[in-house]
Ligand binder design. Structure first.
Ligand code: AZC
Length: 809
């Protein structure tokens, strides 16, 4: 049945009234949202059921994407878009006299992730479904998402994110699919009479993992895949064993909160519990599904691909081994072969502190059988590799060393594929960070440059631009993103460039209206909007950005009449609550904003907006309004970056170091259409090796920089006595770990080039257009195609309206 506006209105009214027993006209937008989400869930439920049934009937190979984090963003509009009924429903809602945008905004944005890694997982879920690839997500249903960020006197304050307060309409609780997870106790192996060793457990604590499923709707292809998030509960039949409130609290805690840390090692037992909890639950449910098909175990890797998104789910490896050995009675060799063939691993960072390791005693106590298996994997690795590679190299690759279990080593040894997320990152893994493993397993290593879904980041976030592209090059690019390149033909077309510029202006006005309402700040939408949105981390160098602003401020103070390109600097960033230095940088930027925004000498020449509580929904508002995309990490540190791709897709020009995927952006747009600055990875490496860098020397020869740094400690910026001093010392006394001062001059020079270019509007617009037209290759659809072909060996299933990628990048 095709949904017409009239049918929709009738059906929607019915759903609303059955739910609320009241008149729609008197309802709140939250109630309208609830009814509309229920309508969509109902509307797509047949496809959900059928997709699942087809996968069973056809015994297709399925992917299971294990991720500790998912950042799906609001789902209502994206589901409508993918179902092909966005316009019908929006028209219907409007005809009913309701406010569609208000309804959309009533949905909470689930913050079940920290940043890039979690958002990537959600872009991938969208692409997997849209390519009709049989794929499932597997993660944790945190009761509290990433903290809500507020600023009080410029300081970050963290509030709990109670996102489930009003329930979550998209999910379906599947109690009948719950599984039991075993923690603690003792275990020993006993001969079972058939010459097999079976583990005998005692005093374990058993916890129920209950899945909540959410449909992942493919783009106009009738596919609805499954995202399964697990929640920890006390098993009803074991209530008796959880007598004290402390015991009960412990269970609830497992899926209580998302760790607010994307790059620091969290040495906490609870985190390890979380990791085992969701990997064990996921693996158990895969095994149950596989067994229903009554295939021989040797078929397992032909039917199942398990992907571990960074090392957080790496316990998949010993858990799969445990089940195959202990419960299914397979030999070690068979189980190991199946495990390695099924599992693949993505590394997302080279930051040492983010390389997970767990103290042996902790793993031994919490999951004793898993520890035994890890130990056995480790021993076999050593025994096998020493004759081939010698002791030195082999001992550098062991899973257990110095009393710790190294999760990356486990993930590499126990999988058949290891990938980095941009070419430079993969090269660094191969040549530096994981070089020993690369020597052992060269063929495991491969690159899969990240991607983003253009459906959310262009179609939904920037509808006007989408329409413009449609009218110029047709709609084929929507299922063949490479076709976006056709848009390049308009790079000298005055009419198109003017339209592009009008759209940008409108998007900037939209953001300005938000800033005015939220922060009572007046922004000039014709100013250059300069955007840096990402987690706050020293290596990402928000500080460099801030020092450049300070430089501009001083220029204005020296000569209030100076002509400077007016700029609005937009920041969005959360700092991990325990990352004090990052929080001090937030305070510094907020203090600078306070000073600059209220100085009459400055006027519109500089405005700074640090948005609170940056997340997916705010990104959708900010990205279409950006002129410049700040991607200024120290070369070699940002694995890929993905906001760089989203901003480019929306016509921002990138201010970039040669880091992560910036390099690939440069290759696509050409050096004329990007602002490059700073040291290269090789130069950074050389500096590090030679150990000659001295920030004090940089300062000595640079009075301008000296003066800027002085402002951190001389009271120019009020209310940052402590923070200013700490930041100053990090740069001067502690030798500037991320080479902020070293790259400063070339950064400022690149910013000046941007100012000059911005004066030439037609040329700027032309470059913006070339950026948009060059961004097709960053579609997550392509990235997923490569994962599917080169890692998972899964095929897209032909669908009714077969939608898959045509052409290549
Ligand atoms: C991020 C990387 O920092 C970022 O460069 C990359 O684009 C993103 O993953 C997706 O691959 N990493 C994380 O968010 N977290 C960790 C633990 O690496």
């Amino acid at each position: 049945m095709t949904l017409t506006t009239n049918i929709f209105k009738k059906e929607f009214k019915k759903v609303f009234e059955s739910q609320h027993a009241s008149n729609i006209k008197d309802s709140s937008s939250e109630q309208q949202y609830a009814a509309l989400a229920n309508f969509i869930k109902f509307y797509s439920s047949d496809n959900w059921k059928q997709t699942n049934q087809l996968y069973i009937d056809e015994q297709v190979k399925q992917v299971y994407y294990f991720s500790m984090e998912f950042l799906p963003g609001r789902m209502l509009k994206s589901n409508l878009l993918n179902l092909g009924i966005l316009d019908t429903v929006r028209d219907g809602i409007t005809e009913m006299g309701l406010d569609f945008d208000a309804i959309v905004q009533s949905e909470v944005d689930p913050a079940l992730g920290n940043g890039g890694l979690g958002r990537l997982a959600s872009c991938f879920m969208d692409s997997i479904a849209s390519l009709a690839i049989p794929g499932n997500g597997n993660g944790i249903r945190y009761r509290y998402g990433l903290f809500q960020q507020r600023f009080v006197d410029g300081y970050q304050v963290e509030l709990p994110d109670n996102w489930l307060r009003n329930g979550n309409i998209w999910e379906v609780r599947k109690e009948n699919k719950a599984v039991m997870i075993r923690f603690g106790g003792e275990v020993y192996l006993k001969e079972d009479g058939e010459n097999k060793l079976r583990p005998i457990y005692s005093n374990t604590q058993n916890i129920l993992a209950v899945p909540y499923d959410t449909g992942m709707i493919g783009y106009e292809n009738d596919v609805v895949n499954n995202l399964r998030l697990w929640s920890a509960e006390i098993p009803p039949e074991e209530e008796i064993n959880f007598k004290t409130s402390a015991e009960r609290v412990l269970v609830n805690q497992i899926t209580e909160v998302l760790y607010p840390d994307d790059s620091n090692y969290e040495g906490q037992l609870l985190r390890l519990r979380q990791e085992y909890f969701f990997t064990s639950a996921g693996i158990q449910s895969i095994i149950r599904f596989f067994k229903k098909q009554q295939l021989p175990w040797s078929e397992f890797p032909n039917k199942i691909a398990i992907h571990v998104n960074d090392t957080h789910p790496a316990l998949c490896i010993p858990e799969l081994m445990r089940i195959l050995l202990d419960e299914e009675g397979l030999s070690w060799e068979k189980a190991w072969d199946i495990t390695k063939k099924s599992i693949s691993y993505t590394n997302h960072t080279i930051m040492q502190e983010a390389m997970e390791k767990w103290p042996v005693h902790m793993v031994q106590e919490l999951i004793p059988r898993i520890y035994q298996i890890i130990e056995a994997i480790n021993q076999r690795h050593i025994d096998k590799k020493i004759p081939l590679y010698g002791e030195e190299l082999t001992y550098r690759t062991t899973i257990i060393s110095d009393g710790n279990i190294k999760m990356a080593n486990l993930a590499i040894i126990g999988s058949h594929s290891v990938n980095g997320v941009a070419q430079l990152h993969t090269d660094i893994l191969k040549e530096e960070i994981l070089h020993d493993f690369y020597e052992m397993y060269p063929s495991k290593f491969n690159n899969k440059t990240n991607g983003i879904t253009q459906r959310r980041w262009l179609h939904l976030a920037n509808e006007k631009l989408t329409q413009l592209i449609d009218t110029k090059i047709g709609k084929e690019w929507k299922t063949s993103p490479a076709e976006l390149r056709q848009f390049k033909a308009y790079s000298k077309d005055e009419e198109t460039l003017n339209l592009l510029s009008d759209i940008k202006l409108e998007n900037k006005k939209r953001f300005a209206a938000y800033a005015k309402e939220k922060y009572a700040i007046e922004l000039d939408p014709t100013a250059l909007f300069d955007v840096q949105i990402k987690r706050l981390h020293a290596y990402k160098r928000q500080l460099l950005n801030a020092l450049h602003i300070l430089d501009r401020y001083l220029k204005i103070k020296d000569d209030p009449k100076i002509e400077l390109q007016p700029r609005v600097f937009i920041f969005g960033a959360k700092a991990a609550p325990s990352y004090i230095y990052a929080k001090q940088i937030i305070k510094f930027i907020n203090a600078l904003a306070e000073l600059v925004n209220n100085d009459p000498d400055v006027g519109n020449k500089i405005k700074i907006v640090f948005v609170e509580n940056y997340g997916v929904s705010l990104a959708e508002l900010i990205i279409p309004a950006a002129d410049i995309s700040e991607q200024i990490s120290l070369a070699g540190k940002e694995a890929s970056g993905t906001s760089n791709m989203k901003l480019m897709l929306n016509g921002a020009l990138t201010m970039a170091t040669l880091d992560g995927a910036n390099i690939e952006i440069k290759d696509l747009v050409g050096e004329d259409n990007i602002f490059l600055f700073g040291m290269t990875n090789d130069e950074v490496n050389r500096m590090n090796r030679e150990g000659h860098y001295s920030s004090k020397t940089v300062l000595k020869n640079n009075p301008r920089l000296n003066r800027i740094l002085e402002c951190l400690i001389n009271g120019t910026i009020p209310d940052i006595e402590v923070e200013g001093r700490v930041i100053y010392d990090s740069l001067v006394q502690y030798n500037d770990e991320y080479y902020v001062l070293q790259d400063f001059e070339s950064f400022v020079a690149a910013q000046e080039r941007a100012d000059i270019l911005y004066q030439d509007k037609p040329l700027w617009n032309q470059k913006a257009l070339i950026n948009i037209a060059s961004s097709g290759p960053f579609s997550a659809d392509f990235t997923i195609m490569r994962y599917a072909e080169e890692i998972w060996n899964v095929k897209e299933r032909p669908t009714k309206d077969k939608v898959f990628l045509k052409g290549n990048q």
